[in-house]
Design a protein. Structure first.
Length: 203
């Protein structure tokens, strides 16, 4: 608990890229202004949210992920350790040809297209949820190694609250091209065409 509070304080002091100020990377500035801080309402949001009640914090994350996937036209997304079915509902609404693949975890109500194939898998985005223990293994680590040149996006939840998530976040942040620390979760990009950088912000 002490470490978590310490990280929150450190993050609050460092977080300075809220609206793109101080960002020299065109890619990250564009990402902040047109995806992360974008407030446009999509019709798909109303359709998905009519399925039940969702907490404000989860809705904010899912809407941002929807915009991220839509903006970059991601169509192959692998989920590991996911426990909340809402993220699959939102991302499934992005496009009719979306493939949401279950890589393992506890999400009985998740709306998946099929099972992911571990080390052999090729994906546009990897979503790492809360229940990674027993799911993350050498196959997934090898998958990342094969995609170091990108393009690949990885979203990690609970990057300061859960030990395995925190360890993977720290490891991946050293290795990726661009990382964005949002305190509750992080976004990482592997793409050799981008300028390297680490950013902190809160949506």
């Amino acid at each position: 608990m002490y470490n978590y509070l310490k990280q929150r304080l450190k993050h609050a002091i460092r977080f300075r890229h809220k609206r793109g100020f101080g960002v020299h990377s065109p890619f990250v500035f564009d990402l902040i202004t047109n995806v992360i801080k974008e407030k446009a309402e999509y019709y798909d949001f109303q359709v998905v949210e009519a399925q039940g009640r969702i907490r404000d914090k989860e809705r904010k994350l899912c809407r941002m992920l929807f915009r991220l996937v839509d903006y970059f036209s991601y169509r192959e997304i692998v989920f590991l350790g996911i426990e909340n079915p809402w993220v699959t509902r939102y991302l499934g609404a992005v496009a009719s040809d979306m493939r949401l693949l279950d890589g393992g975890g506890n999400c009985p109500d998740g709306e998946f297209s099929g099972k992911a194939g571990g080390e052999r898998e090729k994906a546009d985005m990897l979503f790492l949820g809360r229940n990674l223990e027993g799911v993350w293994n050498a196959e997934w680590d090898n998958m990342l190694r094969r995609n170091v040149d990108g393009p690949l996006c990885v979203v990690v939840k609970d990057i300061y609250k859960r030990p395995l998530n925190a360890r993977l976040w720290r490891q991946m942040r050293k290795e990726c091209t661009v990382s964005i620390d949002m305190m509750w979760y992080g976004i990482l990009f592997w793409n050799k065409k981008l300028q390297k950088g680490k950013y902190n912000m809160i949506i």
